[in-house]
Design a protein around this ligand. Sequence first.
Ligand SMILES: Cc1cc2nc3c(=O)[nH]c(=O)nc-3n(C[C@H](O)[C@H](O)[C@H](O)COP(=O)(O)O)c2cc1C
Length: 219
Amino acid sequence: MNTNATGDSVRDRRVQYETAGLDIGDLLPDPVAQWHHWYAQAEEAGCVEPNAMVVATIDDDGLPDSRYVLARGVTDAGFVFYTNYESSKSAQLDATPRASALFTWLQIHRQMKIRGTVSRVSAAESDAYFAGRPRSSQIGAWASAQSTVLADRGELETRVADVEARFADVDAIPRPPFWGGWLINPVEAEVWQGRPSRLHDRFRYRRVDSAWITERLSP
Ligand SMILES: Cc1cc2nc3c(=O)[nH]c(=O)nc-3n(C[C@H](O)[C@H](O)[C@H](O)COP(=O)(O)O)c2cc1C
């Protein structure tokens, strides 16, 4: 097998991170405030989907799993995303309610990691978010038994057509009972700023009682 199908381009690709550094005094006192600060700068820099985060979970065998989701609310309580409650990720979170979430803003050489405990948001909060989604996304949520096997694309399209017919006369499509939000409440976070020669700036936030401790980490 050719294990180097990309030639040397992957092995030898090197980008120098010339961005300005980060010092402990530059950090906002808690990770949520810091996230908002960096998110605004990521938006300004034109980063693609700056609210996308990779959420990592573990399954019953202890095997890690991960996937992108979109952060739809970031408050002092933590980071909220919406999904199918019967999906693989939700089954994993029901069994082990802990997760890590990673934001990457590569254009500005930054990443931010959150680790924390996970809980479902209230039904009222999920209802409110669902109500504001485009109708086609609402239909998609009803139609997709997320993470289950489909025979083919046609099966999904048939399910969509069935849902469209079912709600044809309904103005406000209700939230499916199997769909809603998860909240990741951080107990730890890390900000990473790329610097030249791989001597990056890293800081960890650790929650101790109700206070946040920040420490510089080796890159
Ligand atoms: C940029 C991006 C954003 C996504 N946002 C979501 C999301 O907010 N909610 C969601 O359920 N899936 C989202 N997905 C799809 C997930 O990555 C994943 O395929 C799906 O949720 C099923 O995951 P699971 O089988 O691990 O539960 C997104 C994918 C990408 C690439």
